[in-house]
Write a protein that binds this ligand. Sequence first.
Ligand code: 13P
Ligand code: SF4
Length: 304
Amino acid sequence: MKERTVIEKIKSLKKEKDFLILAHNYQRLEIQEAADMVGDSFELCKTAHSSQQSNIAICGVSFMAETAAVLNPEKNIFSPEKNAHCTMAEMLKEEDVLQIKEKHPSAAVMCYINSTLELKSVSDVVCTSSNAVKLAKRLGKKEIIFVPDKNLGNYVAGILKDFDIITASAFCYVHHEIYPEDIKKTRNDCPQALVLCHPECQEQVTSICDFVGSTSAMLNYVSESSEREFIVCTEEGHLDRLRTLHPDKKFIAPLFPRLCYGMKKNTLESLIETLENPGNPLSIPAQLAEKARRPILRMMELSA
Ligand code: 13P
Ligand code: SF4
């Protein structure tokens, strides 16, 4: 079947079967086109929570579908691709957090949404890259253990200088492996371009960029900017999204374009298969869901 025909078929199936399709900003363009909404992790979370449909397909990585399933036990959540995982989410185990907690018994634990439900369940609040700083300020504790992403933790610490932010050891290979030298070389070819990066990049990168923010925050920044050229330091799917929304502007990848293999596992074929034969929705063990729901709900409350 031609790509256009598949997209049209997905659009008619989703109405027929009462499905909402949510896609992360890194998804392939054809999936973005078939989706009802495309956004960053927090926007996906909010949209899943407020949606009317009883069935939701989440095109992203597993922590996104798991978070939606925990937050919306009355809805059926589906992942088109069961093996689409975020490698960072798997890097830190709950025992690691419990060990850090032993050394800092009065600290609050803030857990980036890119994590397992087990990690969330031993945390006080979940956050995303778009609300981490805001939530840290609203948490009521200045000593915060930030897990699992050390780079996002360092970014929050760099802004909240009077806080004591204790970071863990995990990182995202997509962002961690963007280096200042790559940006400097890219800048040589387009010296007028502004440099945007995701806070999952290392401090040596965030500190030389013009703007640091979540995928959707970058999008808003570009929409509001009168500048026309941007070096975008994040996964390359986001550059496709920016190019689609702003065909009049130029988006340049850093020297070595970055790819998230987990995100790219979703295809139109896996999406149409989910709509045609949904099978069983994602099922989370009740005890784990109950423990992980508390810090996720806290994020929703504190970010309101
Ligand atoms: P955003 O919430 O900024 O979209 O980030 C998700 C992610 O996985 C970045 O690598
Ligand atoms: Fe995880 Fe990095 Fe992929 Fe985002 S880009 S889903 S943090 S591996």
